[in-house]
Design a protein around this ligand. Structure first.
Ligand code: FAD
Ligand code: NAP
Length: 314
């Protein structure tokens, strides 16, 4: 098979924008490798109100649905496959797929994003998918007319608590401190929502239940007092881990430099320490973790990849 001009790993806002700009910018042979549906983690968001030019209520899925079609118009190919590793020998990158096959590329743009983190309390793993969830858009409907608990104090926890408050009779928002990380406007909306009860300075101790699913959550506050919250659903939004596994080589080293948080170090051109490899979006160092910035990174990386391939081949 012909060597790709560019392989894009990940089809979130960063990867899709890289796909648009590489193909429209003249690279002939570009494939985006995405293990699931293109669109990325924002597809799980019930509402996005800070993507420029998009006004009114819109879900993440509505925002992202046209993006792949726009890329395909300019020739981006898409393969639905999990990439296990990216390696480089000489000037050629090898893309290792889960099915054991490989593809080769002159340049690689990686945008594998991040994944929801587990909070680490007792019962979380046991009841995951049976009352414990990290996706309100996916699972919120199961709790329509019921009470639920939300854990976390960032933008995701507060926004998803607001979403759940529209479906559920009550939302207990459990946060381990008494101040939130979320945007001021979001905090204000949460505080003004009648059916959200703030359970502050409290951490989840245990989620428990029976073979039907979750029946309650025990939280402990800073004074060591426990409280039972009787709910059938517990949503955890406690941050994300960087998806950098594809950069790990057979000897355990990384294909390029990463920092102590696992984020890929990049220049302002999204260049990594490995020539021809560009990193974008949530996985790169100091990412603002926004759809608009991930898309911006994808465009910058694409322009850098075009110059790199041009110089390499001409
Ligand atoms: P991602 O969106 O994480 O996409 C990475 C893609 O790579 C995924 O599709 C994944 O399947 C794929 N992938 C990963 N590993 C592999 C592999 N090995 N092989 C193949 N494919 C792989 N941002 C905002 O600007 N506004 C908001 O309102 C907002 N709300 C949010 C609400 C929620 C619930 C969440 C979770 C996030 C929200 N964000 C919001 C943040 C925003 O979604 C991210 O910043 C953005 O999606 C990052 O884009 P990305 O392309 O870097 O990565
Ligand atoms: P986050 O900002 O890292 O917040 C995680 C929250 O979970 C924090 O409040 C943290 O508490 C708490 N937490 C962490 N570990 C915990 C544990 N083990 N037990 C209990 N609580 C725990 O994560 P996020 O909210 O998912 O946001 C990730 C990024 O995406 C952020 O940069 C955010 O701004 C961005 N984002 C933006 C939007 C938007 O622009 N509208 C929407 C969603 C996400 P502490 O506060 O005490 O650390």
């Amino acid at each position: 098979m012909a060597i790709l001009d560019c392989a894009i790993i990940g089809g979130g806002p960063a990867g899709l924008t890289a796909g648009l700009y590489t193909t429209r910018g003249g690279l002939e042979n570009v494939t985006m490798f995405e293990k699931g549906l293109p669109g990325g983690q924002i597809m799980n968001s019930s509402e996005i109100e800070n993507y420029p030019g998009v006004t009114g209520e819109i879900t993440g899925m509505e925002l992202m649905t046209p993006w792949p079609e726009q890329c395909q118009k300019f020739g981006l190919k898409h393969e639905m496959v999990n990439i296990t590793r990216v390696s480089k020998s000489g000037d050629i990158f090898t893309i290792h797929k889960e099915d054991g096959t490989t593809a080769e590329a002159h340049s690689v743009i990686i945008g594998t994003g991040s994944s929801p983190r587990r909070a680490g309390f007792k019962g979380e793993d046991e009841f995951f998918g049976r009352g414990v969830s990290t996706c309100a858009t996916c699972d919120g409907f199961f709790y329509k007319g019921k009470e639920v608990a939300v854990i976390g104090g960032g933008d995701t926890a507060l926004e998803e608590a607001l979403y759940l408050a529209k479906l559920c009779t009550k939302v207990y928002l459990v946060h381990r401190r008494d101040t939130f990380r979320a945007a001021p406007n979001t905090i204000k909306r949460v505080k003004n929502t009648q059916n959200i009860e703030l359970v502050l300075n409290s951490s989840p101790d245990e989620v428990y239940g029976d073979n039907m699913g979750v029946t309650g959550l025990r939280v402990k506050n800073k004074a060591g007092e426990t409280r039972e919250i009787v709910v059938p659903g517990v949503f955890t939004f406690v941050g994300n881990d960087i998806n950098n596994e594809t950069l790990i080589q057979e000897d355990g080293s990384f294909l390029c430099d990463i920092n102590e948080l696992g984020q890929v170090k990049v220049t302002l051109k999204m260049e990594t320490s490995t020539p021809g490899l560009f990193a974008t979006g949530d996985m790169r160092q100091d990412a603002p973790k926004q759809v608009v910035s991930a898309a911006g990174d994808g465009a910058v990386a694409a322009l850098s990849a075009i110059s790199y391939v041009d110089e390499l081949l001409n």
